[in-house]
Design a protein around this ligand. Structure first.
Ligand code: UD1
Ligand code: UDP
Length: 357
């Protein structure tokens, strides 16, 4: 059996690391996996660092598609992926999440009649202005195997009548990000380099326009009066960040490796982010997480009062963060992301599907 895996963005390298590991260790003699890197993320700290640290198999193809707007990026990816798929003739394509690399891979495979497995299926923000929402809806629609990370994601697909669609298998397998977290938890160092800090990450397109970003920076500057802020900055922020005066207690650093970043969450007082993955990892590490968005795909964490939606356009939202953070945290650790064996269950389901095809 031949599987082609299309990756392109930081969180996809992290998720794929554990699934590819299962393929390599348990299905070595029956499944051959070929990795294609679209090139969407290309800086050392956004790409190669993960291939090294998480021991991900080297991509056979690097498509070098980056620095383009959404339409040009997706169309160029499809063109190059089409050549790879026609050459390799895989039995199945694996894609992860909701990036431009995800939709490009899925569209290309569907047009070439190649079966598609979508890992992290069923998430919805219900905000169609978000590029990622379009990417995930289209990818779910054209995928054959849909692996949901949570019960809520699974239910979303049922509400969209996916069960009625022929040739689809839908599973709630748990979240592969929990598998990765559990694998590397032992590497987290409890020794603190810095005390009393918020960890902050940002990269959503809607938060990176000058008006909203200015409000966010104003608020972070005010928050830094009370605590340090450690801010591993996504490369998208390079230009915009230089336009503003940043207080000294905000430490802007390079994007970190997976393990270094887990250390930073573990040692933080709380997390401020617009990242999907970081919302969950904060929960895994029992840290409060302030989500700088109007809505989230991970509502279960908001309902648990672990994560808090903070409107990034609101003036003086720093007061809300300070107020919530001064409350005693009531830890109800109950959201269900599986048992840490999602990747094993997913690979088994793929193997069985291909065997019976
Ligand atoms: C993308 C995904 C988003 C995901 C995120 C993970 C889409 C539409 N969005 O957003 O779902 O949450 O990745 O991080 O696919 N850049 C660099 N160096 C890099 C990577 C990016 O300079 O290594 C620059 C790009 O040139 C671009 C900007 O950052 O100008 C944004 O990159 P892009 O991949 O388009 O979007 P992300 O915000 O990373
Ligand atoms: N991450 C990392 N280094 C950093 C910031 C984030 O390794 O400096 C990891 C983080 O632990 C999580 C993933 O990147 O596993 C989240 O990726 P990102 O925020 O880029 O995308 P999203 O999850 O929003 O799609």
């Amino acid at each position: 059996m031949k599987i082609l895996t299309v990756l392109g963005a930081r969180p996809q390298f992290i998720k794929a690391s554990i699934v590819s590991d299962v393929i390599k260790s348990k299905y070595k003699n029956v499944i051959k996996e070929i990795i294609v890197h679209t090139g969407q993320h290309y800086d050392f700290e956004m790409s190669n660092i993960f291939f090294g640290e998480l021991k991900i198999q080297k991509p056979k193809y690097f498509l070098n598609v980056s620095k383009l707007n959404h339409t040009k990026m997706i169309s160029k990816m499809i063109k190059k992926l089409s050549d790879v798929m026609l050459l390799e003739k895989p039995d199945l394509l694996i894609v992860y999440g909701d990036t431009n690399s995800t939709i490009a891979g899925a569209l290309c495979a569907s047009k070439l009649n190649i079966k598609i497995a979508h890992i992290e299926s069923g998430l919805r923000s219900f905000n169609m202005n978000m590029q990622e929402e379009i990417n995930r809806i289209v990818t779910d629609r054209i995928s054959n195997l849909l692996f949901c990370p949570t019960k809520e994601a699974f239910q979303n697909l049922h509400k969209e009548n996916f069960k009625k669609m022929k040739e689809k298998q839908i599973y709630n397998m748990g979240d592969v990000m929990l598998d990765v977290h559990l694998k590397y938890k032992k590497n987290i160092k409890t020794k603190k380099k810095l005390n009393n800090y918020y960890l902050c990450t940002l990269h959503r397109e809607e938060n990176c326009n000058v008006k909203i970003f200015k409000n966010i920076i104003n608020n972070l500057n005010k928050l830094s009066f009370y605590k340090n802020i450690v801010f591993p900055a996504h490369p998208r922020l390079k230009k915009i960040i230089s336009m503003f005066k940043i207080k000294k207690k905000i430490k802007i650093i390079k994007p970190q490796s997976y393990i270094e970043f887990a250390n930073l969450i573990h040692n933080a007082d709380a997390v401020i982010t617009d990242s999907g993955g970081v919302q969950k990892e904060s929960f895994f590490l029992k840290k409060r997480c302030f989500v700088l968005r109007k809505e989230t795909e991970w509502n279960e964490l908001v309902n648990l009062k672990f994560n808090y939606l903070i409107n990034p356009q609101k003036k003086n939202f720093f007061r809300q963060i300070n107020e919530i953070n001064s409350r005693k945290q009531f830890i109800k650790y109950k959201a269900n992301f599986g048992n840490g064996n999602a990747s094993k269950k997913i690979v088994k389901a793929i193997y069985t599907y291909l065997k019976n095809k």
